[in-house]
Design a protein around this ligand. Structure first.
Ligand code: GAL
Length: 417
């Protein structure tokens, strides 16, 4: 370890000279970015670190939205063998910070004025007790509806703006023999859709009280019954092989015309771009029905574990890299998200990202910028998991909406205890 650190300093001093020594510093990073677009985005970070002579030890744990990664991370930390750094969603940052497991990034954050450029909603998750404990790499928007433009044109359809319009378009598509909705039946994907329906039917204030505050009255309301009714209707619009399908395979159905629409976060754009299709032209992006003006968000953070003296310098360099304006731009162009810094011009971004940048500013003004439940920015892991269970059980059975609402309220209540 001592050798590594000494060599690291030497290499740092020699930066700018031709690569002479083998990489002296290294970071082991646990993450779940294994789909095509995700891996391509991660490569931008790996290359950035390589240019600083920091060696990347990959610890990928496949599984969308990081459910499996979270389990793997817990096992590593519990065993006393944490990775150098890990990708985390907002609530996970909070929970690990409360457990005292994260390194302090405040000195780097202050040196580089992160507080001036990171939106308040993101800072809320990146800081704990006044200290910076995670570096935000992006802002994703999970409430997008992606549309195969060619299919819609052939069918003479317009992008739906309400759930009624969505249902009418989907029925027409189904009658024409086209799968209306590309979907993968996994709890986090079911709940990504559920979040959209709650927001679309209930509006921002309802989403806030039911999902973020877990208010029993909102959870057991007539509006929530309507939400589950719509979930049942959506179940009729997916193909019969949806169960267990990974999100990127569902996106592939949208891209190759096997399905007409997908309700998914803008990581889907990573797949669109990789397929040489143009977001906003070949694949349209519109807010999920009824959610125009509101913005669900989730941010991927990198937080530092294993904060021994030996690692410190390298870790801080990782945080610096993640937050540099150049990196934030290059990374997010590939990932499909928008930068977590507000000072990056949108000129080089695609039409959907530019819309996202405008929409997030508008939502922020209207108190309609809301953390995503499915993507770890609304509830503790325990409550999130409890809601996942009810949503998925309802989606995969003939449970009535009334029963689902009752189960939801009980599940949230017991998970809060
Ligand atoms: C989200 C994460 C994104 C994307 C997606 C699918 O939770 O924030 O970066 O990777 O899961 O895996």
């Amino acid at each position: 370890m001592t050798f590594k650190k000494t060599a690291g300093i030497l290499t740092g001093a020699a930066l700018g000279c031709a690569a002479t020594a083998a990489s002296a510093q290294s970071v082991e990073v646990l993450h779940w970015w294994t789909a095509g677009g995700e891996a391509a985005a991660l490569n931008v970070l790996k290359e950035d670190l390589a240019s600083k002579d920091i060696d990347w030890q990959d610890m990928p744990v496949a599984g969308g939205a990081g459910e499996a990664a979270s389990t793997a991370l817990k096992a590593r930390v519990t065993a006393g063998n944490p990775p150098t750094a890990a990708q985390l969603l907002g609530m996970q940052v909070r929970e690990w910070a409360e457990a005292g497991a994260l390194g302090d990034l405040t000195s780097v954050a202050e040196e580089e004025s992160w507080g001036d450029v990171v939106p308040a909603a993101v800072q809320e998750f990146a800081t704990h007790d006044g200290a910076w404990v995670a570096a935000p790499v992006n802002i994703h928007r999970p409430n997008w509806l992606w549309i195969n433009a060619k299919i819609f044109e052939e069918q003479g359809l317009e992008p739906p703006t309400t759930w009624e319009e969505f249902n009418a378009a989907a029925t027409q598509l189904q009658e024409a023999g086209i799968t209306p909705l590309a979907h993968g039946g996994q709890p986090w994907q079911d709940t990504t859709v559920f979040d959209d329906v709650v927001l679309g039917i209930g509006g921002p204030d309802f989403y806030r009280s039911a999902i973020i505050e877990g208010d029993p009255e909102a959870l057991s309301s007539e509006t929530m019954v309507q939400v589950f009714d719509q979930m049942r209707t959506l179940r009729g619009f997916v193909d019969e092989n949806f169960s267990g399908r990974d999100w990127n395979l569902a996106t592939a159905m949208l891209l190759n015309g096997e399905a007409a629409m997908q309700l998914m976060g803008d990581w889907a754009k990573g797949e669109i771009v990789r397929a040489d299709m143009v977001p906003g032209e070949d694949i349209l992006c519109v807010p999920a029905p009824g959610t125009d003006g509101a913005y669900l968000f989730n941010t991927d953070f990198f937080a530092l574990f294993d904060v021994s003296e030996d690692n410190r310098e390298t870790q801080q360099e990782l945080a610096r890299s993640v937050m540099s304006p150049e990196f934030q731009k290059e990374f997010n162009l590939v990932k499909g998200s928008i930068p977590a810094r507000t000072d990056i011009p949108g000129d080089d971004f695609d039409a959907c990202a530019q819309t996202a940048m405008e929409d997030i500013a508008e939502a922020q003004e209207n108190d309609a910028l809301l953390g995503s439940l499915a993507h770890g920015h609304a509830q503790t892991s325990a409550v999130q998991r409890a809601i996942f269970d009810v949503v998925t059980e309802h989606f995969n059975s003939d449970m009535s909406s009334e029963d689902a609402v009752e189960e939801l309220q009980i599940a949230v209540e017991s998970a809060q205890m």
